[in-house]
Write a protein that binds this ligand. Structure first.
Ligand code: GSH
Length: 207
């Protein structure tokens, strides 16, 4: 059976759990990372020397890096569904996954750490504001892209919607003022109504 190591409060674990649920896979998830520890044990480090979550083990195959895991699961269990066969459609989905990991989520890092993980008296207001502004710039890009499309790519719902959807879920639940983004919000509501997203989208309080 597929095993997933990682706490569900981690956005990178959320992607993998959502993907597995979307695919209807039977799996065991073992809490690890953060307050659950485990990631610095020799057994865990043998699977992921970076001591980070998530990690999966699938019939003896061990893999870390959340987006690589999502691509692997989607290609294995949903060829031409969550992971398009057509090269250009696949590259398009891949591009949005890179955008999530290289732009959108890094932009959210300061605001998330300051507002969710730092005591009020120690927060850095300038870092929060800079992070909020950059997130708004990126949310505007996503919103205008989704103004023309139902999902992120012409292929329909793909792994890219899961991965960027996890980042949008975080953005839309951060305790900050946000510009209205009607197309992003319409798309997120559609993702939220998918049973496969429930483990992630039902967590409306970020921890
Ligand atoms: N690029 C890696 C990043 C993994 C990562 O940074 N994981 C964080 C949680 S989001 C982590 O393990 N933090 C330490 C911990 O939870 O103990 C991925 O996408 O899997």
């Amino acid at each position: 059976m597929l095993r997933i190591w990682g706490r569900l409060s981690s956005i990178n674990v959320q992607k993998v759990a959502w993907c597995a649920d979307e695919l209807g896979l039977a799996y065991e998830r073992i809490d690890a990372g953060g307050k659950f520890g485990l990631t610095k044990t020799p057994q865990y480090l043998a699977m992921n020397p970076n001591a980070l979550v998530p990690v999966i083990e699938d019939d003896g195959f061990v893999l870390y890096e959340s987006n690589a895991i999502v691509r692997y699961l989607a290609a294995r269990h949903s060829p031409d569904g969550l992971w398009p066969e057509d090269l250009r459609r696949r590259a398009d989905a891949d591009r949005w996954m890179e955008w999530q990991s290289n732009a959108y989520t890094p932009a959210m890092r300061d605001i998330f750490w300051q507002l969710i993980r730092t005591p009020a008296e120690s927060r850095n207001a300038a870092a929060i504001e800079a992070s909020r502004k950059e997130c708004e710039r990126l949310a505007a890009i996503l919103d205008s892209h989704l103004a023309q499309r139902r999902y992120l790519t012409e292929h329909g719902f793909t792994a890219a919607d899961i991965v960027v959807g996890c980042a949008a879920h975080r953005w839309l639940h951060l305790p900050v003022a946000r510009e209205p983004r009607p197309h992003l919000e319409r798309w997120y509501a559609m993702l939220r109504s998918r049973p496969g997203s429930r483990q992630v989208t039902s967590q409306t309080t970020l921890t």
